[in-house]
Write a protein that binds this ligand. Structure first.
Ligand code: GDP
Length: 454
């Protein structure tokens, strides 16, 4: 994702290598690289021009080759670092939004009206949003009012069933009538959020806009979210402009950011329409949904990796105190196969390994994808878990037993649906990791405290 942009920014940075001062003229080659990559990524031409002019204005004449104090260390900041930082901040400003993404109602259920063209991912997004909102402790209800696409009502019912969220629909009624009746139903069911899945069209037309405007005036939703497909680049921006002019949308959900979207939509939408991107869809299933964070997106566009996002993923799954205690224990060489399994599970909870690597700063170093010998097969994790769970407590405590007594390895292979080689390989990996851990612990012991530990 965003390979073109990341490459462009990297090349721009290279063009500035060795410079100690940025001037009107020596910054030009870098700006040209950025301009090309932005256009290639389908960013609107007006947006490209405005972006470049702001970056240039801020970059030229900046203090260069400066030394800054960062966490007690003195770091050298070069002209190209300055340039990247300015680009990052500008990109962030172009995509950021203030406050909470959802406006909550008081005294009545909060209304979220979802609009968008057919195929944008609107129905799927309704379910994703409902799941997200219920995780915030609220009780959403879905309203199936997309009568345009024949399968949409059934699709929403299936999704609602999957995520255990009620779906409201009255057959034989018009979308406006269904939406108008939804609030009373929500109150009856004790639901405090209503998500309206409205009709889409293949292209914008007046009849659609009229229907949506009528629903808006009947239900007066606190939020109107436009669902937009990131893969369609500039067209998505045009769509957003039309919807915003007619309905006054409060924000955008950008879907299919997991595909090879080039980033143009993410960068241009707020700049062109004034409505910010609030959420993003990153896969087909209902859990592939994230709050859109401009800073993380800016880092990804620049190819610097989404370090902040990665840290948040970590915080979600790791209990900090326990982690510190565990680390202390592990570094002392007290590392069991159960610990190994726990590490594997933690990685699984963080999403697929592929997603994880996309967020790492390292991701940007492999524009053509990761090297083949980096094993990113999520099935490998499932295999590891199956093997460890097939071991007895004795074997977990003394994995050497599996090497000493091959029949044990054979039994475990059978139990886990793998083979004896896979079991032996896992034991080797584990023993290697254990050895590394205790080696690391001893080194740290010699150097003093373990960073981050009290
Ligand atoms: P609607 O016509 O706007 O209601 O669109 P749907 O919700 O039926 O989605 C259209 C297609 O896009 C379906 O195949 C969805 O699975 C797919 N889709 C929706 N959101 C995403 C996403 O974030 N990533 C990917 N890869 N596919 C998505």
């Amino acid at each position: 994702m965003f390979d073109t942009l990341a490459r462009g920014f990297r090349q721009a940075r290279n063009r500035l290598a060795g410079l100690t001062e940025l001037s009107e003229s020596n910054i030009e080659p870098a700006l040209r690289e950025v301009r090309l990559s932005l256009l290639e990524a389908d960013v609107e031409i007006g947006v490209v021009k405005a972006f470049l002019s702001r970056v240039k204005q801020k970059a030229v004449g900046r203090t260069l080759e400066a030394k800054v104090k960062h966490e007690g260390e003195t770091l050298q900041v070069s002209a190209s670092d300055h340039f990247v930082k300015i680009c990052h901040d500008e990109l962030e400003a172009m995509m950021s939004h203030e406050g909470e993404p959802i406006v909550w109602a008081s005294g009545r259920p909060t209304g979220l009206m979802m609009v968008g063209l057919q195929g944008s991912g609107k129905t799927t997004t309704c379910a994703k949003l409902a799941r997200h909102i219920s995780k915030l402790g609220k009780k959403p209800m879905l309203v199936a009012a997309d009568m345009q696409r024949p399968a949409a009502v059934e699709q929403l019912k299936v999704l609602g069933n999957q995520i255990k969220i009620p779906v409201f629909n009255i057959s034989g009624k018009s979308p406006v009538e269904i939406c108008a009746a939804a609030e009373a139903e929500a109150k009856k069911l004790g639901r405090d959020v209503i998500i309206y899945d409205t009709a889409g069209r293949l292209a914008i037309d007046e009849k659609l806009m009229q229907e949506l405007a009528e629903i808006k005036s009947r239900v007066a939703p606190e939020n109107i979210f436009l669902v937009v497909d990131a893969m369609i680049g500039q067209d998505s921006v045009k769509t957003a402009r039309s919807f915003h002019e007619r309905l006054g949308i409060s924000g955008v959900v950008l879907t299919k950011l997991d595909g090879d979207a080039r980033g143009g939509a993410a960068i241009s939408i707020k700049e062109v329409t004034g409505a910010p991107v609030l959420f993003s869809g990153v896969g087909e299933t209902t859990d592939k949904f994230e709050e859109f964070r401009a800073d993380g997106m800016a880092s990804r566009i620049l190819g610097m990796g989404d370090v902040v996002g990665l840290m948040q993923d970590f915080e979600q799954v790791v209990d900090q105190k326990k982690a510190e205690k565990d680390a202390e224990r592990l570094l002392q060489g007290d590392f069991s196969l159960d610990d190994f399994l726990e590490q594997v599970r933690m990685i699984q909870k963080m999403g697929s390994l592929k997603d994880l690597v996309d967020k790492l700063p390292l991701g940007g170093m492999f524009p053509g994808g990761l090297p083949k010998d980096v094993n990113l097969d999520d099935r490998e994790l499932v295999r590891i878990e199956a093997i460890i769970q097939s071991m007895t407590r004795f074997e977990k405590r003394d994995p050497y037993a599996l090497i000493r007594e091959p029949r044990r390895a054979e039994r475990i292979a059978k139990g886990s649906g793998t083979n004896a080689e896979a079991v032996a390989e896992l034991v080797q990996k584990f023993l290697f990791m254990k050895q590394m851990m205790s080696g690391l612990g001893q080194n740290m012991g010699m150097m003093g405290k373990i960073p981050g530990m009290k």
